[in-house]
Design a protein around this ligand. Structure first.
Ligand code: NIG
Ligand code: FE
Length: 422
């Protein structure tokens, strides 16, 4: 028998320990259950969770290594490290000019149709030095981490050529191994039709299907394939063709679905067995039912509606009633939502989508883990899972939506190490 594992990091005197222990993913009434332990304690061994329970029990059982880090939470709230399951963080130039144009009355889609939007980020990505783009992305990861986010999904999609998409994915790979935040890579060559294919869009779909997807899958640069299936971008039929090729090459699926208008993309995502369908402000009742039935996670991005000045938030309550696996994310990107704060999304979810603190916490932990295929390693504090945890400057978890817009993560632990605060 191997010797019992020793504790390398102990957190004691946790006022409310949100373990998320229980079903994964969570739907309906299960979303009320956040696995709460009052007066909790946590012991980590290396990168893994070792003990979870009442503080005195954990302190009694834990065998500390010499030099063990001991954190006295002094009655604060502790949660699993948050998971942002939908981001576009790899870009250089920001687009504050477009934001100001929206403030002055232009719509996101009007700006895109005039050559701004995604295409302006594509011009930038193709011309910037790799190291400049990497360093700017790294700064965004620093901000995620400080705000209590320890795992993110990260998309390409501002290159729209094989070479440039591969550069973005390669930056994601490099940062995954050099930065404490774990990154799950998604190929999004189908984010927009690039300028050089504007009059021959079928040629771009061919390029995606015949060259880009096979090469990216072969180089193992991505786990997921995502398509912006939207009126004026990729049609349902084009999206189906692209995602069929992705599946044939072993990629799992995500969709940008029903973001600005209803297109039937949620239905397509469910039918194709996608891991998630994201945005969904204009999803139909049939789409909601299909997502629930096929266990395709519904990833809601209220920061996008907020930042584009939209009125319609995704119908979260209806989705919860119908049994959808609801997750929440920032959509962090230079156009429609430049924000790394997942806690702020919890506030928007409460006020605009009527989600409770418990529901939102499930949506940024267990259900977000499901939306990126990581439910067996992150999103819950259970023995054997990754030791990712955050100590928050709050005494009650319901402060999450209520105390908004300020950084409240005091200590962030990733893979058993204190990586921010302390
Ligand atoms: O999720 N919808 C498509 N993509 C992003 C916006 C990207 C951009 O404007 O650069 C989104 O909203
Ligand atoms: Fe997005």
């Amino acid at each position: 028998m191997p010797p019992p594992k020793k504790t390398t990091l102990l957190i004691k005197n946790i006022g409310q320990l949100v373990t998320m222990s229980g079903p994964s993913p969570r739907i309906g009434d299960e979303l009320k259950n956040i696995g709460l332990i009052e007066h909790g304690g946590l012991a980590f061994s290396g990168e893994e969770v070792l003990l979870v329970g009442p503080s005195d029990e954990v302190e009694g059982k834990a065998e500390l290594v010499e030099g063990c880090t001991v954190i006295d939470a002094a009655g604060a709230v502790v949660t699993p490290g948050l998971i942002d399951c939908h981001t576009h963080p790899v870009f250089s130039r920001t687009r504050e000019k477009e934001f100001e144009m929206r403030v002055q009355g232009k719509s996101y889609m009007e700006i895109a149709a005039e050559g701004g939007g995604i295409l302006s980020s594509v011009r930038d990505t193709r011309s910037v030095e790799r190291s400049v783009m990497r360093d700017k992305t790294r700064k965004r990861l620093d901000r995620f981490l400080k705000l209590g986010i320890t795992t993110i999904e990260a998309k390409s999609g501002y290159g729209l050529s094989l070479e440039s998409e591969m550069t973005q994915l390669d930056i994601i790979r490099e940062l995954d191994s050099s930065h404490p935040v774990d990154l799950v890579p998604t190929f999004m060559g189908a984010h927009e039709v690039p300028e050089e294919y504007r009059n021959k869009r079928e040629g771009y779909v061919d390029l995606l299907v015949k060259e880009m997807i096979p090469r990216i899958a072969k180089e193992k640069l991505a786990e997921f394939s995502d398509v912006f299936c939207e009126k004026g971008v990729f049609t349902v039929e084009e999206s189906r063709r692209i995602q069929k090729a992705a599946v044939a090459h072993g990629l799992k699926l995500k969709f940008h679905a029903d973001e600005f208008a209803h297109s039937g993309s949620a239905e397509l995502a469910a039918e194709m067995g996608a891991t998630s369908a994201d945005h969904l402000m204009f999803v139909s009742d049939e789409g909601i039912k299909a997502l629930a039935q096929h266990k395709t996670a519904a990833v809601l991005l209220p920061g996008t509606t907020f930042s584009v000045g939209g009125k319609q938030y995704a119908p979260a309550r209806k989705m919860i009633e119908e049994g959808c696996i609801v997750a929440l994310s920032t959509d962090c990107n230079p156009g429609s939502c430049y924000c790394e704060s997942l806690p702020l999304m919890i506030s928007l979810a409460a006020v605009q989508m009527k989600m409770t603190a418990a529901e939102s916490l499930c949506a940024v932990t267990v259900n977000a883990a499901y939306a990126i295929g990581r439910q067996t390693t992150v999103g819950r504090l259970e023995q054997g899972l990754l030791a990712d945890a955050v100590v928050w400057d709050m005494e009650d978890y319901r402060e999450f939506p209520y105390h908004f817009g300020v950084p409240l993560a005091t200590t962030v632990i990733k893979r058993g190490k204190v990586v921010s605060g302390g």
